[in-house]
Design a binder for this molecule. Structure first.
Ligand SMILES: [Zn+2]
Length: 430
């Protein structure tokens, strides 16, 4: 494969920004370039320094657009692509009214294949190059998801939801079948190409203690795998959970009892937490995943970013489609900004764009592979147009600084602001 050089304004983060004036937290080249060789970043920086390194490279000129690492979505539901934007429910009736009927269709491999492909193409069109997805309880949904990812050469994580109670026949498994299916899916997919399997008990309400034990066994047998589930999204869910697990000290204690906490464990929502729960998450390195568009849409509550940070809890950010209302990490930042504003907290634009790139990569333990554009990492890149719409173009005329431009992108931007998406150096969208 011949070398390729992408030209444009190039931004990448070196560490978490301390604040909006923390210029040492990122590297930015106004006339920048990225040299891609064999799907990886070979060099990155000023165009004048990069261009001579490969005189015969194909040069793709994206000026005046802004290039940065492809976005990372740490919590999303592939089988909910056809229920995003369904009216009028809170979490538990949302699941029963919309989610479970939609997910039951994924026993059909043809349906699973069609939706998985469309889902991944939507992610790419929104600039997201890596996601951690829940599939349905059917192994066919996981095969469809990872097959579609393999065809597109994407670094994707995901797994089959384990759920053996409080759900209808068409989506319910058993403790043993969920263990057996997960084992064979791990064997088939984990580490194949860019695929990583995530052990996925949906949440405490839909798993019996027997199934939780099976999840514990899976985690013990595969300590290198990620684990994902939901935690403390709304009050009714918490009450119901505690009625099902009466010995638990709190919601998190259910997962703690079954050995599901740790630095590879992603807990979606994590809104209504006690001091004991945040302390336990911090002590185990567990990750609290902020899903702002979903939390607003379902009226679930307001994530406490500052409180979690002060307690030392690791944090990630995600769309949670289809409870979330957009595939766009830009829309997600916009709603995240508003959620935190309602708590009297501030999300500055440097930290915001660090979060959806390097920050989420660090949360997943993948910052040596994606999310940084450091030399040697995989060349998953998004190209952003800050004047993509008439409203953005008008506002962009008065922009003077990079943080101002980033804030414009997150406040007014969506998939129209994605000028191009590259996966392993190959242009795949827009
Ligand atoms: Zn979710």
């Amino acid at each position: 494969m011949p070398d390729k050089i992408l030209r444009g304004r190039v931004l990448r983060f070196l560490r978490e920004p301390d604040g909006i004036t923390d210029a040492a937290s990122y590297a930015y080249a106004e006339d920048g370039a990225i040299l891609v060789r064999d799907g990886r970043v070979a060099a990155i920086g000023e165009a004048a320094a990069i261009l001579p390194q490969s005189p015969d490279a194909e040069v793709i000129d994206h000026r005046p657009h802004l290039l940065m690492p492809g976005f990372i979505d740490t919590h999303i539901h592939m089988p909910q692509a056809q229920i995003i934007g369904s009216w009028g429910a809170q979490l538990l009736d949302w699941l029963n009214t919309y989610t479970f009927p939609a997910e039951s269709k994924f026993s059909d491999p043809a349906h699973a294949t069609r939706i998985a492909g469309a889902f991944l193409d939507l992610l790419l069109a929104h600039g997201t190059t890596t996601a951690v997805a829940y599939c349905s309880s059917h192994p066919a949904s996981v095969d469809a998801y990872f097959s579609a990812a393999e065809t597109r050469n994407l670094r994707m994580l995901g797994g089959k939801v384990m759920m053996d109670r409080n759900c209808p026949d068409g989506v319910r498994d058993t403790p043993q079948s969920s263990y057996d299916d997960t084992k064979s899916l791990i064997a088939r997919w984990h580490g194949r190409g860019r695929a990583s399997y995530a052990i996925t008990p949906r949440f405490a309400i839909t798993s019996t203690p027997e199934q939780m034990s099976m999840a514990q066994t899976l985690v013990a047998e595969h300590p290198d795998l990620h684990v994902q589930t939901h935690l403390s999204e709304n009050r009714d869910e918490i009450d119901y959970t505690l009625s099902l697990y009466p010995k638990a000290r709190d919601y998190l204690d259910v997962y703690e009892t079954y050995g599901l906490l740790g630095p590879k464990s992603l807990f979606g929502h994590a809104i209504h937490l006690s001091e004991r729960e945040t302390a336990a998450m911090a002590a185990t390195g567990s990750i609290a995943v902020f899903c702002p568009t979903s939390n607003l849409f379902l009226g679930s509550g307001l994530y406490d970013k500052v409180g979690l940070r002060e307690q030392g809890v690791r944090r990630a950010i995600a769309t949670d489609v289809g409870g979330g209302t957009s595939y766009s990490m830009l829309r997600t930042l916009d709603e995240g900004y508003k959620v935190l504003a309602l708590r009297g907290q501030k999300l500055d634009p440097l930290k915001a764009f660090w979060w959806i790139t390097r920050g989420n990569a660090e949360a997943l333990g993948l910052a040596d592979t994606i999310g940084t554009l450091a030399p040697g990492t995989e060349a998953d890149i998004v190209v952003l147009d800050s004047a993509a719409t008439p409203a953005m173009a008008l506002r962009a005329e008065t922009i003077e600084t990079l943080p101002e431009e980033l804030f414009l992108l997150e406040t007014l931007g969506d998939d129209r602001a994605i000028a191009a998406t590259y996966v392993m150096g190959e242009r795949v969208a827009a």
